[in-house]
Design a protein around this ligand. Structure first.
Ligand code: SAH
Ligand code: SF4
Ligand code: F3S
Length: 446
C-alpha cells in the first residue's frame, strides 16, 4: 500500500447539484487529511465531478481525463476519481475507456467517498453506481463561499422529459426530512452564512416521497411548507430555491414568496419551448399559455420579481415557425436571465432516437438568434435598476478591481461597488445603482 496522498484537486462541471456534491466531497477529503490545491498537476488525488447534460459537457470530461491518465504513468500513486453524472451514465465502461481510473462513483454515492477511497487504497478499482438510499448528510462540506450556501432538499427527478439524462443519472426523487434540512440551515446561520439556496432538480416535487405524505396530509410536506418551516432560522437573511417546474408551480407557493420577507423575489422556471407541440413532444406536461399564466400570477403578487428560465432550441422536428414561438415568448415575458442551449441527443433518452433531428447549422443559427434577443431583453430589464437603491449582499471582491466589492441584489443581479471587502463581506448594503449592463450592475454606497 502506498503512503496516504496529501493534496486533492476537484474540477466541477455542470449544475448547482454538482457544486453542492463537490463541496461535500471536499469536506470528506479534508477530514481525511488531504489539503486542497487549485493545480491538478500538483495533486495526489484528482476528482472530476462530471456532467452529461449535453454531449459537449461529456466530451470535455474525456479530454481532461486523458491528460491526467498520461500523468499517472509517471506518478503511479496518483489517484483518479470520476464522480457525478458521466460516472453514473458510463459506469464500468469508463474503466475500459480510461483504465487508469481508480474510482467511478455516481452522484448518489458522493457522501460515501471515504469508504470508497479506502477500497481503492486497499488495491481495488471501484465502481459505485448502484441506486442507493442517499445517506443523510453527516459530512461537513468545505463550502466555497463564506456568505452563501447550497442546501439540498430533494435529490433525483421522477419526470421523463424526452431529451433529458437527469432521471437516468440522478435516480428517483428522495426528499430530505424537514428536520434535517432545518438543522443544516441552523448550523449555517451559526457559522455566519447569510444566504441559502435550496436545491432540487424539480424542487416543487419536494416532500411527495416523504412518509406521511398522503393525499389528505400532503400539504404538510410541500416546498411551501418547508419555506414556512425554515424561515425563522436565526442569521439567515435570504432564501432562494431552484429549479421550479411549471407543472407543479402553485399560487400558494407564489403567495408564500410574497409574504415571507427572507424569500427573494427571484424565480427560475425553465419553459424549454414556446410552442405547445414541441412541449408535448418534450413531455413537459404544460402549455405555453399555462407558463404565461404562472408568470402573470408572480407579477401580480410581486411586480418587480426577477424571472429566469432555461430554453432549448432545435429540438427534433422543431420548425422555424415553432422556434419563432420561443422567440415570441422571450419577447413577451422579458426574462432577467435565460440559459439557452441547442438540443443535444443524449444516450438512453427517447428523443435521441427520433428521425427528425435538425442539422447543427439550423440549431446553432437558432441559438445565436435567441441569445441575441436574450441579451437585448436582459439589457432592458437591467434599466429598471438605474438610480434605484438595491440591497446587495457582499460576497467577495471584484476580481477585476480590488477597490470594488461584489455581491448580488435580491433579484440575483451581480453588482459591483467601491468598498473594502474586509469590512463588508457578508453584509447586506444599500447601494445606489449608477450603471447598468445586461447581466450586471455598478453602484455606490448610499
Ligand atoms: N430540472 C430542470 C433542469 C435540468 S437540466 C428542469 O426541469 O428544467 C438544465 C437544463 O439543461 C434544462 O432546463 C434544459 O434546458 C437543458 N437540457 C437538458 N437536456 C438537454 C439536452 N439534451 N440538450 C440540450 N439542453 C438540454
Ligand atoms: Fe430533466 Fe425534466 Fe427532470 Fe428537469 S424535470 S431534470 S428537464 S427530466
Ligand atoms: Fe449535469 Fe448532472 Fe447537473 S448531467 S446538469 S451535473 S444533474
Amino acid at each position: 500500500m502506498t503512503t496516504s496522498p496529501r493534496r486533492y484537486h476537484i474540477t466541477t462541471f455542470g449544475c448547482q447539484m454538482n457544486k453542492a456534491d463537490s463541496e461535500r466531497m471536499a469536506g470528506i477529503l479534508e477530514e481525511m487529511g488531504f489539503a486542497g490545491t487549485e493545480d491538478p498537476n500538483s495533486a495526489d488525488l484528482i476528482l472530476y465531478n462530471t456532467c452529461t447534460i449535453r454531449d459537449n459537457a461529456e466530451q470535455k470530461v474525456y479530454s481532461y481525463l486523458g491528460r491526467q491518465a498520461k500523468r499517472k504513468h509517471e506518478q503511479p500513486d496518483l489517484m483518479l476519481v470520476v464522480a457525478g453524472c458521466v460516472a453514473q451514465q458510463e459506469g464500468e465502461a469508463l474503466l475500459r475507456r480510461v483504465p487508469e481510473i481508480d474510482l467511478v462513483m455516481g452522484p448518489q454515492h458522493a457522501n460515501r467517498l471515504q469508504e470508497l477511497l479506502e477500497q481503492v487504497l486497499a488495491g481495488s478499482q471501484v465502481v459505485a453506481t448502484e441506486p442507493i438510499q442517499i445517506i443523510e448528510d453527516i459530512t461537513k462540506p468545505r463550502r466555497d463561499s463564506a456568505v452563501t450556501a447550497w442546501v439540498n432538499v430533494i435529490y433525483g427527478c421522477n419526470e421523463r422529459c424526452t431529451y433529458c439524462v437527469v432521471p437516468n443519472v440522478r435516480g428517483v426523487e428522495q426528499s430530505r426530512s424537514p428536520a434535517a434540512i432545518r438543522a443544516e440551515i441552523e448550523v449555517l446561520g451559526q457559522q455566519g452564512y447569510k444566504e441559502i439556496t435550496l436545491l432540487g432538480q424539480n424542487i416543487d416535487a419536494y416532500g411527495r416521497d416523504l412518509p406521511g405524505s398522503t393525499p389528505e396530509g400532503r400539504h404538510q410536506h410541500t416546498l411551501t411548507d418547508l419555506l414556512y418551516y425554515i424561515h425563522d432560522v436565526p442569521g439567515i437573511e435570504r432564501i432562494r430555491f431552484a429549479t421550479s417546474h411549471p407543472r407543479y408551480f402553485t399560487e400558494r407557493l407564489i403567495r408564500a414568496c410574497a409574504e415571507l420577507p427572507k424569500v427573494c423575489e427571484l424565480f427560475h422556471i425553465p419553459f424549454q419551448s414556446g410552442d405547445n407541440e414541441i412541449l408535448k413532444a418534450m413531455a413537459r406536461g404544460y402549455t405555453q399559455e399555462k407558463y404565461r399564466r404562472i408568470i402573470d400570477t408572480i407579477r401580480h403578487y410581486m411586480p418587480d420579481a426577477a424571472i429566469s428560465a432555461d430554453a432549448i432550441v432545435g429540438f427534433p422536428g422543431e420548425t422555424e415557425a415553432q422556434f419563432e414561438k420561443t422567440l415570441q415568448l422571450v419577447e413577451d415575458i422579458s426574462f432577467d436571465h435565460l440559459n439557452t442551449a441547442a438540443y443535444s441527443p443524449r444516450p438512453n433518452t427517447p428523443a435521441a432516437l427520433w428521425e427528425n433531428q435538425l442539422s447543427e447549422e439550423v440549431k446553432s443559427d437558432r441559438l445565436q438568434r435567441l441569445n441575441h434577443l436574450v441579451s437585448v431583453k436582459a439589457g432592458e430589464r437591467s434599466q429598471r435598476y438605474l438610480n434605484r437603491i438595491e440591497e446587495v449582499l457582499v460576497e467577495g471582491s471584484n476580481p477585476k478591481d480590488p477597490n470594488q466589492v461584489m455581491g448580488r441584489t435580491r433579484g440575483n443581479r451581480l453588482t459591483f461597488f467601491p468598498g473594502n471587502i474586509a469590512e463588508l463581506q457578508g453584509q447586506a448594503i444599500k447601494v445606489k445603482i449608477v450603471e447598468v449592463r445586461p447581466f450586471s450592475l455598478t453602484g455606490i454606497r448610499e
